[in-house]
Design a protein around this ligand. Structure first.
Ligand code: TXA
Ligand code: MG
Length: 298
């Protein structure tokens, strides 16, 4: 059910889950101080408990109660990119539930750039744990209607319109003079380098971030990445629709999940996209990452 602000605030206060709008994708949110609520997030998504949740804050003071300490380097990133699509991972305080962090001693935090959600967290006065509001491994929702489709009528959705960015936040951790990037989003490697020029950037291959699992973001029908039309010739008895993106990487990010979900609901057998349609350019890395992980092997 689509709901308005006051109802969302009331539900969260009671410990219920509410799907919340952010600038990246919709999140399935619950207050971080109730174990039962945190458990329901995992159960609702059918998400394994080894996959940690991101904590969403409404102001910097809240981070002081979550991170063990806030370093100058982290502060620089917060000043530059918050509110916005950057999740910072750092050692956590003991009070932060092990459910949120999947027993890791670090926790990921971000301040989302969406007026309604910032107000919600600040009026609740408790940060919100929120993974993307989709079933585990499936495509993240960027519209309120997509969240409703994912959970039928079991979850209340705070209607905040369509997400402006459309792909998940960049996730990173600073360790000494190295920045480990666990997931790439709209905040780019170049922007991070500009903010912390003395640090070395490492793209983490380790699957510390299950968002880095190879199969993720999958639509409900097969999605094939091809190089030429003939790659699909074994599917000649089936019908496919081409995924269309934009010339701009930012617009492509915004429409990627929406188009994948809408095409999945057309009644065709599969979706395809020609890899040659996107340039080998750093601006496109985050979109390319999502395309690769959403794809079914041919
Ligand atoms: O844009 C976003 O980040 C969205 C919106 C709702 O804020 N959230 C999102 O959450 O994408 P989720 O749960 O789908 O992805 C969170 C990613 C996961 O891959 C998780 O493993 C990683 O963040 N993560 C969270 N805490 C971590 C930690 N302590 N160490 C490493 N990775 C962590
Ligand atoms: Mg997700």
């Amino acid at each position: 059910m689509l709901i308005k602000f006051e109802r969302a605030l009331d539900s969260l206060k009671k410990g219920n889950l509410v799907a919340i709008p952010t600038e990246t994708v919709y999140g399935l949110a619950g207050r971080i101080d109730l174990e039962l609520t945190l458990r329901r997030i995992f159960e609702t998504k059918k998400r394994p408990f080894f996959d940690p949740l991101i904590v969403h804050v409404g102001n910097i003071e809240q981070v002081e109660d979550i991170f063990f300490e806030i370093t100058n380097d982290q502060k620089k990133l917060m000043d530059k990119f918050w509110p916005g699509p950057l999740t910072i991972v750092a050692p956590k305080r003991r009070i932060i539930s092990d459910l949120i962090t999947a027993d890791l001693d670090t926790v990921g935090v971000r301040m989302p750039n969406h007026g309604l959600t910032l107000r919600l967290i600040n009026e609740l006065k408790v940060p919100l744990a929120a993974p993307s509001a989709n079933m585990f491994k499936k495509t993240s929702p960027t519209t309120p209607e997509h969240v409703l489709m994912n959970f039928k009528d079991s979850i209340e959705v705070l209607d905040g319109g369509n997400c402006k960015i459309g792909i998940e936040s960049t996730v990173l951790e600073i360790k000494k003079n190295k920045i480990h990037i666990y997931r790439l989003g709209q905040v780019s490697i170049e922007q991070i380098k500009e903010t912390l020029p003395d640090h070395k950037i490492v793209i983490s291959k380790k699957i510390k971030s299950p968002g880095a699992l190879e199969d993720h973001y999958q639509p409900s029908i097969p999605f094939y990445l091809i190089e030429k039309k003939s790659d699909l010739k074994h599917l000649k008895n089936k019908t496919g629709q081409e995924l269309i993106l934009d010339k701009s990487a930012a617009i492509s990010a915004r429409i990627l999940y929406k188009n994948l979900i809408d095409l999945s609901n057309l009644g065709v057998d599969y979706i395809y996209f020609n890899k040659k349609n996107i340039p080998d350019d750093p601006d496109w890395f985050a979109v390319k990452d999502r395309l690769l992980k959403a794809a079914t092997k041919i």
